[in-house]
Design a protein. Structure first.
Length: 409
């Protein structure tokens, strides 16, 4: 159904919301578009906040998805520093934090996710930080530098990227992880072992199986992390990187179906046909795995924006996709395609000692996912194998002397 002349209100001016606004215009949507965002700046990319930008290798302007003028030039009413507070589905309006309310024909929820806080003593001390927004990144960048001691709580991708950037800035870095290995929720053991060793070579210390019990401080400022066993790790700053939670309360409160995110269909439409949800906040179907889940990645934000904009502009649904994401640490480029659901075999192609290898996760003779370190062909062809659901010859796949093109034939 075309909703071509309707007023589209987008709540959340992040990667997904900003992209949806631009795509709607690109796809010919003629009606008004209002982009409402809690943050004071136009939509920007978050990945550099823990990587190039944090290390000082990218300027602030390079973060923006589009220059500020783009929105006015394309008839997009961008309203910064305003949060949506509640949705009245009957009246089709959203109450805003500036006291006004805005009516919509179509509403897109693109409210993203927020960093999870640790409910432990000292969490409000100065120097205990998160990394979700450009403002967070500014604070972190101003704190970390030569001779500073940085403790990173959480050995996931963002924690490890902050650790790598912290080292590049000359800080002493220690990563505390509750699980016995790094990346325990998101990557295989081979990768955990590899990343730990690589970071250690770059001077990062690790405490695995270590639960942060409190932040200690003096004069309101953090001075250490106390572990559950009583041991205190001294530090000048802490970054808490223990995951993100979807900003889905506004959807739940107005009765939309939610489950760890806002439930949507392949058009990104929620249980209310006039409301879409995209990006980190959406819990969406992934046909190649025949299941639904919530993802936190830029490609996922772009895909959701495409789905919603296509449905609103009356275009066909985008083609099938393979979810993917990446992480940059030091000179390592990790690219991950797919998810390792129901895997019964893991094959390593190449030698981790060379920092150029790939880990393939298989179910029977089909590739479910690939984690590729400095190996673009493995990532690209792996993606195609996942999408095509074609059987592979495992011996050839595991043999780095056989090109990925030949493996895929
Ligand atoms: P966001 O970009 O978070 O945008 C949501 C926006 O909505 C925010 O501006 C928020 O303030 C606003 N908002 C929330 N509630 C309201 C409300 N009620 N009213 C108005 N506005 C509201 N992904 C990758 O694929 N690769 C990477 O290497 C990578 N690195 C990352 C590094 C960091 C430090 C972070 C934080 C994320 C990284 N990601 C990475 C994840 C990626 O950035 C997110 O998946 C992506 O930004 C999600 O887009 P989004 O629009 O759904 O959410």
């Amino acid at each position: 159904m075309s909703e071509a002349a309707s007023h589209v209100v987008i709540l959340g001016a992040g990667h997904a919301g900003g992209t949806a606004a631009a795509l709607l215009r690109q796809y010919g949507h003629a009606g008004p578009i209002t982009l409402v965002g809690e943050e004071p700046i136009p939509p920007y990319q978050r990945p550099p906040l823990s990587k190039a930008w944090l290390k000082g290798e990218a300027d602030a302007d390079s973060l923006a998805l589009k220059p500020l003028e783009f929105y006015a030039e394309h008839g997009i009413d961008f309203r910064p520093s305003i949060a949506g507070l509640s949705i009245n589905r009957g009246a089709k309006s959203v109450a805003l934090s500036d006291g006004s309310s805005i009516g919509y024909d179509v509403l897109i929820l693109a409210t993203g996710a927020r960093a999870i806080a640790l409910p432990i003593p000292g969490a409000d001390l100065d120097g205990v930080m998160f990394l979700r927004t450009a403002a967070d990144a500014e604070t972190l960048k101003a704190t970390v530098g030569p001779g500073k001691r940085l403790a990173v709580v959480g050995g996931g991708y963002i924690g490890l990227e902050v650790a790598a950037s912290g080292r590049a800035l000359g800080a002493e870095v220690v990563v505390l992880e509750r699980e016995p290995r790094l990346l325990a929720r998101v990557a295989c053991e081979t990768l955990s072992t590899f990343f730990k060793a690589y970071h250690e070579q770059h001077g990062v210390g690790f405490e695995l199986g270590a639960t942060a019990a409190a932040f200690e401080g003096a004069d309101g400022k953090v001075s250490g992390v106390r572990l559950a066993d009583g041991w205190v790790i001294p530090c000048d700053a802490v970054v808490v990187g223990v995951g993100a939670a979807p900003n889905d309360e506004i959807a739940r409160d107005c009765g939309l179906e939610t489950t760890r995110g806002v439930v949507v269909d392949l058009d990104a439409r929620t249980s209310d046909p006039a409301i879409f949800a995209i990006g980190d906040v959406a819990h969406r179907p992934m046909p190649i795995y025949d299941r639904m889940f919530r993802m936190e990645s830029v490609p996922n934000a772009l895909e959701g924006a495409k789905q919603a904009a296509s449905a609103i502009a009356g275009r066909p649904q985008p083609a099938g996709e393979v979810p993917w994401q990446w992480s940059d640490q030091y000179d390592l480029k990790l690219q991950i395609a797919g998810y390792a659901f129901d895997v019964d075999e893991v094959l390593v192609r190449g030698d981790p000692a060379t920092a150029k290898f790939a880990v393939f996760h298989l179910r029977g003779d089909k590739v479910q996912s690939v984690e590729a370190i400095n190996s673009p062909p493995e990532f690209m062809m792996g993606k195609q194998l996942i999408l095509g659901r074609r059987p592979v010859d495992k011996a050839r796949l595991a043999d780095a002397a056989v090109s990925m093109k030949e493996v895929a034939l």
